[in-house]
Design a protein around this ligand. Structure first.
Ligand code: HEC
Length: 189
Protein backbone atom coordinates (compact mmCIF):
# COMPACT_ATOMS: atom_id res chain seq x y z
CA UNK A 1 0.00 0.00 0.00
CA UNK A 2 2.72 2.35 1.08
CA UNK A 3 4.49 1.62 -2.19
CA UNK A 4 1.43 2.57 -4.26
CA UNK A 5 1.00 5.92 -2.59
CA UNK A 6 4.66 6.79 -3.12
CA UNK A 7 4.57 5.83 -6.77
CA UNK A 8 1.46 7.88 -7.65
CA UNK A 9 3.27 11.19 -8.37
CA UNK A 10 5.82 9.23 -10.37
CA UNK A 11 3.05 7.74 -12.52
CA UNK A 12 1.51 11.18 -13.05
CA UNK A 13 4.86 12.62 -13.99
CA UNK A 14 5.54 9.77 -16.41
CA UNK A 15 2.07 10.24 -17.97
CA UNK A 16 2.75 13.96 -18.37
CA UNK A 17 6.10 13.35 -20.06
CA UNK A 18 4.56 10.73 -22.34
CA UNK A 19 1.64 13.03 -23.27
CA UNK A 20 4.08 15.86 -24.06
CA UNK A 21 6.20 13.59 -26.23
CA UNK A 22 3.17 12.19 -28.05
CA UNK A 23 1.66 15.65 -28.57
CA UNK A 24 4.98 16.95 -29.86
CA UNK A 25 5.37 14.18 -32.37
CA UNK A 26 1.71 14.39 -33.45
CA UNK A 27 2.14 18.12 -34.10
CA UNK A 28 5.34 17.48 -36.05
CA UNK A 29 3.64 14.76 -38.10
CA UNK A 30 0.77 17.13 -38.91
CA UNK A 31 3.17 19.85 -40.04
CA UNK A 32 5.09 17.39 -42.23
CA UNK A 33 1.77 16.26 -43.73
CA UNK A 34 0.96 19.85 -44.68
CA UNK A 35 4.44 20.49 -46.13
CA UNK A 36 4.23 17.35 -48.28
CA UNK A 37 0.70 18.21 -49.37
CA UNK A 38 1.98 21.64 -50.41
CA UNK A 39 4.53 19.98 -52.71
CA UNK A 40 1.92 17.50 -53.95
CA UNK A 41 -0.37 20.36 -55.06
CA UNK A 42 2.47 22.23 -56.79
CA UNK A 43 3.58 19.06 -58.62
CA UNK A 44 0.02 18.05 -59.50
CA UNK A 45 -0.80 21.48 -60.93
CA UNK A 46 2.61 22.00 -62.58
CA UNK A 47 3.59 25.09 -60.58
CA UNK A 48 7.39 25.47 -60.89
CA UNK A 49 9.09 26.49 -57.64
CA UNK A 50 12.41 28.25 -57.24
CA UNK A 51 13.82 26.91 -53.97
CA UNK A 52 17.19 28.64 -54.28
CA UNK A 53 18.13 30.17 -50.92
CA UNK A 54 14.78 29.23 -49.41
CA UNK A 55 13.84 26.85 -46.63
CA UNK A 56 12.27 23.72 -48.15
CA UNK A 57 9.79 23.19 -45.32
CA UNK A 58 8.67 26.85 -45.27
CA UNK A 59 7.99 26.86 -49.04
CA UNK A 60 6.05 23.58 -48.78
CA UNK A 61 3.92 24.86 -45.91
CA UNK A 62 3.37 28.11 -47.84
CA UNK A 63 2.20 26.15 -50.88
CA UNK A 64 -0.25 24.24 -48.71
CA UNK A 65 -1.59 27.48 -47.18
CA UNK A 66 -1.81 29.51 -50.41
CA UNK A 67 -3.30 26.74 -52.51
CA UNK A 68 -5.96 25.77 -49.96
CA UNK A 69 -6.85 29.28 -48.71
CA UNK A 70 -8.50 30.87 -51.74
CA UNK A 71 -5.69 33.16 -52.96
CA UNK A 72 -6.05 31.58 -56.42
CA UNK A 73 -9.82 32.23 -56.53
CA UNK A 74 -9.31 35.97 -56.50
CA UNK A 75 -5.73 36.48 -57.70
CA UNK A 76 -5.67 34.21 -60.79
CA UNK A 77 -7.82 35.23 -63.74
CA UNK A 78 -9.28 33.08 -65.14
CA UNK A 79 -8.81 30.52 -62.36
CA UNK A 80 -8.66 27.43 -64.59
CA UNK A 81 -7.46 26.48 -68.04
CA UNK A 82 -10.18 26.09 -70.69
CA UNK A 83 -10.21 22.29 -70.23
CA UNK A 84 -9.35 22.15 -66.50
CA UNK A 85 -12.40 23.66 -64.81
CA UNK A 86 -13.46 21.38 -61.93
CA UNK A 87 -16.90 23.04 -61.88
CA UNK A 88 -17.48 21.55 -65.33
CA UNK A 89 -16.48 18.13 -64.05
CA UNK A 90 -13.06 18.38 -65.73
CA UNK A 91 -9.83 17.36 -63.98
CA UNK A 92 -8.68 20.48 -62.10
CA UNK A 93 -5.93 22.47 -63.79
CA UNK A 94 -5.01 25.88 -62.39
CA UNK A 95 -4.27 28.51 -65.02
CA UNK A 96 -0.52 28.48 -64.38
CA UNK A 97 0.09 30.92 -67.27
CA UNK A 98 -1.57 33.66 -65.15
CA UNK A 99 -1.00 32.08 -61.73
CA UNK A 100 -1.53 34.76 -59.05
CA UNK A 101 -0.85 37.60 -61.51
CA UNK A 102 -4.10 39.35 -60.50
CA UNK A 103 -6.63 40.89 -62.85
CA UNK A 104 -9.87 39.67 -61.37
CA UNK A 105 -12.31 42.58 -61.25
CA UNK A 106 -14.84 42.88 -58.43
CA UNK A 107 -17.76 45.29 -58.62
CA UNK A 108 -18.93 46.24 -55.14
CA UNK A 109 -21.16 48.97 -53.69
CA UNK A 110 -17.90 50.76 -52.74
CA UNK A 111 -16.63 50.69 -56.35
CA UNK A 112 -14.60 48.47 -58.65
CA UNK A 113 -11.50 46.70 -57.37
CA UNK A 114 -9.01 44.58 -59.24
CA UNK A 115 -7.00 41.89 -57.48
CA UNK A 116 -3.26 42.59 -57.42
CA UNK A 117 -0.41 40.72 -59.04
CA UNK A 118 1.11 38.92 -56.03
CA UNK A 119 3.91 37.12 -57.91
CA UNK A 120 7.47 38.18 -56.99
CA UNK A 121 8.97 41.22 -58.67
CA UNK A 122 12.58 41.44 -59.88
CA UNK A 123 13.75 41.86 -56.28
CA UNK A 124 11.90 38.69 -55.22
CA UNK A 125 9.20 40.71 -53.48
CA UNK A 126 5.65 39.33 -53.83
CA UNK A 127 3.40 42.19 -55.02
CA UNK A 128 6.51 44.37 -54.64
CA UNK A 129 6.12 44.16 -50.84
CA UNK A 130 8.89 43.61 -48.30
CA UNK A 131 8.09 41.00 -45.66
CA UNK A 132 7.28 43.81 -43.21
CA UNK A 133 4.95 45.42 -45.78
CA UNK A 134 3.29 42.09 -46.52
CA UNK A 135 2.70 41.45 -42.81
CA UNK A 136 1.19 44.93 -42.49
CA UNK A 137 -1.21 44.19 -45.38
CA UNK A 138 -2.23 40.85 -43.89
CA UNK A 139 -2.51 42.17 -40.31
CA UNK A 140 -4.27 45.47 -41.02
CA UNK A 141 -5.55 45.57 -44.64
CA UNK A 142 -3.42 48.67 -45.20
CA UNK A 143 -0.77 48.67 -47.91
CA UNK A 144 2.08 50.85 -46.56
CA UNK A 145 2.46 52.37 -50.08
CA UNK A 146 -1.12 53.70 -49.98
CA UNK A 147 -2.20 56.95 -48.29
CA UNK A 148 -2.73 56.60 -44.51
CA UNK A 149 -6.13 55.18 -43.61
CA UNK A 150 -6.69 53.45 -46.99
CA UNK A 151 -7.90 49.87 -46.59
CA UNK A 152 -7.77 47.13 -49.21
CA UNK A 153 -11.27 46.15 -50.30
CA UNK A 154 -12.58 42.65 -51.15
CA UNK A 155 -9.24 41.10 -50.07
CA UNK A 156 -9.87 38.70 -47.16
CA UNK A 157 -7.43 40.33 -44.72
CA UNK A 158 -10.03 40.35 -41.90
CA UNK A 159 -9.65 36.55 -41.96
CA UNK A 160 -5.94 36.36 -42.70
CA UNK A 161 -5.04 38.73 -39.85
CA UNK A 162 -5.78 35.79 -37.52
CA UNK A 163 -3.14 33.60 -39.12
CA UNK A 164 0.02 33.12 -37.10
CA UNK A 165 3.08 35.08 -38.21
CA UNK A 166 4.86 31.81 -38.99
CA UNK A 167 2.01 30.91 -41.40
CA UNK A 168 2.12 34.39 -42.99
CA UNK A 169 5.92 34.12 -43.38
CA UNK A 170 5.43 30.72 -45.06
CA UNK A 171 2.88 32.28 -47.44
CA UNK A 172 5.32 35.10 -48.26
CA UNK A 173 8.20 32.66 -48.80
CA UNK A 174 6.08 30.51 -51.13
CA UNK A 175 5.06 33.60 -53.12
CA UNK A 176 8.79 34.35 -53.53
CA UNK A 177 9.29 30.87 -55.00
CA UNK A 178 6.61 30.99 -57.73
CA UNK A 179 7.32 32.35 -61.23
CA UNK A 180 7.39 36.13 -61.60
CA UNK A 181 4.69 37.22 -64.07
CA UNK A 182 3.64 40.58 -65.53
CA UNK A 183 0.29 42.01 -64.42
CA UNK A 184 -2.57 40.09 -66.03
CA UNK A 185 -3.11 41.79 -69.39
CA UNK A 186 -6.73 40.72 -69.68
CA UNK A 187 -8.55 41.73 -66.47
CA UNK A 188 -12.18 40.79 -66.05
CA UNK A 189 -14.85 39.56 -63.65
C1 HEC B 1 -12.02 37.42 -51.99
C2 HEC B 1 -10.95 37.71 -52.92
C3 HEC B 1 -9.53 37.64 -52.43
C4 HEC B 1 -8.91 36.61 -51.78
C5 HEC B 1 -9.50 35.28 -51.32
C6 HEC B 1 -7.53 37.01 -51.61
N1 HEC B 1 -7.34 38.26 -52.13
FE1 HEC B 1 -5.64 39.34 -51.99
N2 HEC B 1 -6.59 40.94 -52.85
C7 HEC B 1 -7.86 40.90 -53.41
C8 HEC B 1 -8.15 42.20 -54.01
C9 HEC B 1 -9.43 42.57 -54.76
C10 HEC B 1 -7.03 43.01 -53.79
C11 HEC B 1 -6.87 44.49 -54.17
C12 HEC B 1 -7.73 45.28 -53.20
C13 HEC B 1 -7.75 46.76 -53.44
O1 HEC B 1 -7.10 47.23 -54.39
O2 HEC B 1 -8.40 47.47 -52.64
C14 HEC B 1 -6.06 42.19 -53.06
C15 HEC B 1 -4.82 42.61 -52.61
C16 HEC B 1 -3.85 41.80 -52.07
C17 HEC B 1 -2.54 42.23 -51.67
C18 HEC B 1 -2.03 43.67 -51.71
C19 HEC B 1 -1.26 43.87 -52.95
C20 HEC B 1 -0.93 45.30 -53.23
O3 HEC B 1 -0.23 45.53 -54.24
O4 HEC B 1 -1.37 46.19 -52.48
C21 HEC B 1 -1.87 41.13 -51.24
C22 HEC B 1 -0.43 41.08 -50.74
C23 HEC B 1 -2.76 40.02 -51.34
N3 HEC B 1 -3.96 40.46 -51.84
C24 HEC B 1 -2.42 38.72 -51.02
C25 HEC B 1 -3.34 37.67 -50.93
C26 HEC B 1 -3.01 36.35 -50.47
C27 HEC B 1 -1.64 35.87 -50.08
C28 HEC B 1 -4.18 35.64 -50.46
C29 HEC B 1 -4.41 34.23 -49.98
C30 HEC B 1 -3.90 33.91 -48.65
C31 HEC B 1 -5.23 36.54 -50.94
N4 HEC B 1 -4.68 37.75 -51.22
C32 HEC B 1 -6.56 36.19 -51.05
C33 HEC B 1 -8.74 39.85 -53.33
C34 HEC B 1 -8.52 38.67 -52.66
Amino acid sequence: MQQHIVSLPVIWFAALVLATLLCGSAARAKLLDQILRGYEIAANQGIPLNLKGKDWATVGLGSYLVNTTGCNDCHTHPNWTTTGNPYNGEPEQINTAEYLSGGRVFTTPAGMFTSANITPDKRDRPAGLTLAGFLEVMHTGHDPRDPPGDLLQVMSWPLYRWKTDSDLIAIYTYLQAIPSLPDNSNPGP
